[in-house]
Design a protein around this ligand. Structure first.
Ligand code: UDP
Length: 419
């Protein structure tokens, strides 16, 4: 039905990529066969994803793995990243914050910068695909600049519990042009004419971020950054962003340390579309000490090693679209203490596979409880891994996209053309 021209994936190659068959042990033969069958009906379909950063943050993590797996099952799936000026990313970061419960002074100047840069990107991107998937607010108005003859989907990854009403009113006419909106939780749905679907994100168990590491590899990674492994490790891995509440993590750690001995590591990166990150990182540096490590390094294997080695992973967010770091840690059998917000609540079942918290004091209390009780950590960690195996592996997410694409009854005859 569609042209198929996917690069080969010879298992003998050094650069071999994960295939759908690699998932058999985790999700079972039936799931793999079901997915393969659905994908076969869409073989050769040309899909593109558009977002605003190639690195840093969950959207880039997800796209990196999902686009490869979609190609592997036969859909020609691409990924384009829009370019923007610092002004543009400063405006879009304010929009991101306002969607997550902050506010924005939405001036004509900001709208001009936002829509202007998106227009420039539309001129540069010639989209002749069978489906276009646009991620998050940054490239949202792209749709205005094309003769829309194929399905366009808007995939919004942010916590939409309480978006700024003025900003939402401004975005709505763009959103309504899409054929469907995908959000990460049922309660993120808004009043819209456009159909809305809920897809929870998922992790790639074969990526550098999540694949098995030996004890030696883990310790080597920690040594490289002088991270002591003599005491229990408490870890939060997050972009440096106020919604991730790094100050709250440090406060909770200090409280907990009155009762238990441990080391805290805050590891973060700064996404290319997140201009505020550097300042948040620098504001934390005064807190560094022998037992509080604050690292801003780009090292995916270090993330894996820390999530593996940690006694407890913290994700004390105040807002969280989903929080891939939570599933990543849980997959490694590490219990998570997470903020009782957004997508963290999809993953952590309080008292079962981790704890959900609403204050610094509660966070400290559960740190102490888990550090003191290895048996409990192991039990919770086992349940945490099983939760991810059942619900948060990439095959489930892939299948949701396949179902949607099949339902859209896409025709390849008429394609969109750039204006
Ligand atoms: N991440 C990373 N290095 C860092 C910090 C984060 O590789 O120093 C990764 C992290 O492992 C996860 C993603 O970036 O895969 C963050 O996604 P999440 O959904 O947790 O949060 P977001 O940044 O999208 O708000």
């Amino acid at each position: 039905m569609y042209n198929s021209n996917v690069p080969s994936n010879d298992p003998g190659e050094k650069t071999r990529l994960p295939t759908i068959d690699d998932y058999r042990d985790y999700v079972g033969d039936d799931a793999v066969e079901r997915i393969r069958k659905k994908a076969d009906s869409l073989r050769g379909m040309h899909v593109t994803n558009i977002n605003s950063t190639y690195y840093g943050g969950g959207v880039a993590s997800l796209l990196s793995s999902l686009t490869l797996l979609m190609n592997q099952v036969g859909l020609k799936t691409g990924w384009r990243v829009i370019q923007g000026t610092p002004d543009f990313f400063s405006v879009t970061k304010k929009m991101h914050n306002a969607l997550q419960g902050g506010s924005i002074n939405l001036t004509e100047r900001k709208k001009r910068i936002y829509e202007g840069v998106v227009r420039e990107n539309a001129v540069r991107n010639h989209l002749t695909h069978d489906t276009v998937i646009v991620h998050d607010p940054q490239p949202l108005p792209m749709i205005e600049h094309y003769n829309k003859t194929v399905p366009w989907l808007w995939r919004c990854h942010v916590d939409l519990t309480d978006p700024d009403p003025d900003l939402w009113a401004y975005m709505e006419p763009f959103i309504e042009q899409y054929d469907a909106v995908i959000v990460s939780r049922e309660d993120y749905k808004q009043k819209l004419q456009t159909p809305q679907l809920v897809f929870e994100p998922a992790i790639d168990p074969f990526s550098i971020l999540n694949k098995e590491m030996t004890e030696e590899e883990i310790l080597d990674r920690l040594d490289k950054y002088n991270i002591p492994s003599d005491k229990p490790l408490l870890v939060q891995v997050s972009r440096f962003d106020k919604w991730k509440d790094p100050e709250g993590v440090i406060e909770a750690f200090k409280l907990a340390r009155e009762e238990v001995d441990a080391t805290l590591v805050l590891l973060g990166n700064v996404a290319t579309d997140d201009p505020g990150g550097r300042a948040v990182y620098e504001s934390l540096l005064d807190e560094e000490s022998e037992r509080i490590k604050i690292l801003s390094v780009e090292d995916t294997a270090l993330v894996n090693a820390l999530q593996n080695r940690a006694a407890v992973v913290l994700q004390k967010s105040k807002r969280e679209g989903f929080g891939l770091t939570v599933s990543e840690a849980m997959w490694k059998g590490t219990p998570v203490i997470g903020g009782n917000v957004g997508g963290i609540r999809n993953q952590v079942v309080h008292g079962e596979n981790g704890f959900l918290v609403e204050s610094i004091e509660e966070t400290a209390k559960y740190i102490v409880e888990l550090v003191n009780d290895e048996g409990k950590r192991v039990e919770m960690g086992k349940r945490a891994r099983e939760t991810v195996r059942e619900r948060f592996l990439l095959t489930r997410y892939l299948e949701e996209y396949l179902d949607l694409l099949l339902n859209l009854e896409i025709r390849v005859v008429v394609r969109g053309h750039n204006n």
